[in-house]
Design a binder for this molecule. Sequence first.
Ligand SMILES: Cc1cc2nc3c(=O)[nH]c(=O)nc-3n(C[C@H](O)[C@H](O)[C@H](O)COP(=O)(O)OP(=O)(O)OC[C@H]3O[C@@H](n4cnc5c(N)ncnc54)[C@H](O)[C@@H]3O)c2cc1C
Length: 302
Amino acid sequence: MLRSFFLYLSRQKKLERWLLSFGVAQKAARHFVAGETLPEAMEVVQDLSSRGLLATLDHLGEEVHAVEEAAAATEDYREILEEIARRQLPCTISVKLSQLGLDISEENCRAHLRLLADCAQWTGSFVQVDMESSAHTEPTLALIADLRKSYSSLGAVIQSYLYRSEQDVRRLVEQGIRVRLCKGAYKEPPSVAYPHKADVDANFLRLMRILLESRLYHSIATHDPRMIEETCNTAREIGLPSDGFEFQMLYGIRRDWQRRLVEQGYRLRIYIPFGKQWFPYFMRRLAERPANVLFVVRGLVR
Ligand SMILES: Cc1cc2nc3c(=O)[nH]c(=O)nc-3n(C[C@H](O)[C@H](O)[C@H](O)COP(=O)(O)OP(=O)(O)OC[C@H]3O[C@@H](n4cnc5c(N)ncnc54)[C@H](O)[C@@H]3O)c2cc1C
């Protein structure tokens, strides 16, 4: 019930404006969001980097309804890549193709993604294309596969809740494309996705093994201690060194495990959202784990 409540809040624009006028929500959100501006986000990247963590930046954006908005979002990401290069930080970008205009014009979106892949290639960074709802899976993977022929700076995301994912993982590995493996965050029908968590977890472990055995450099994105431990065990079993892959976690989540992995010598990349449109993202984080509400309230009181 609490989950539905926060998801409902994430869509209430008037409430958002009212809450923002007090400044408390901004303060609370800082646990999960790096700030509203690029300099604020860069400070966080710099701080993480000084503690041995890698980063990937997600510029939180509104829904894109016009080609001009998609072009503006692309330009923002290009500036982010240039700033990463200027500061020489171990940082990549994570982009959603809907933000680059996939739902408006596939050709336009391809041009936007090409521009970012090109910029990342020249600056030595990387573009990880986030995966959205299952309606986007096919066009997203097709676009990546096509552009990957010219740019090695592009990677895909695979969600273990989808039945199709094993086939997709095998194809991506064949094409030499780097993958971020996650469980999946969208509400999907049982016709396309495993309805039971146990099956999603079992598939995650199956796909993780295929990825590690491919010996390409992949990312295992989870906060689940069992998935993390199994990944470490698999890497040890097949003799993959700890710098042959990386873990990824969201900014502000499971900092205990973040510290532990780095201390054990694993590579860990933190997914860092920032931007003016942080409110819906903040509400989704509270919705996925109501225990986070207590955590945030405690932080505010302190
Ligand atoms: C770096 C990164 C990138 C992602 N990119 C995408 C994407 O492109 N597309 C997409 O659909 N999804 C994406 N996701 C979200 C992902 O699909 C899951 O919805 C999300 O990570 C929750 O799954 P989980 O594996 O962390 O653990 P779950 O199965 O949700 O939970 C298992 C256990 O993990 C721990 N845990 C999980 N979440 C929390 C939390 N918030 N606080 C404390 N402990 C927690 C708890 O111990 C919990 O019992 C991404 C996730 C990460 C970390």
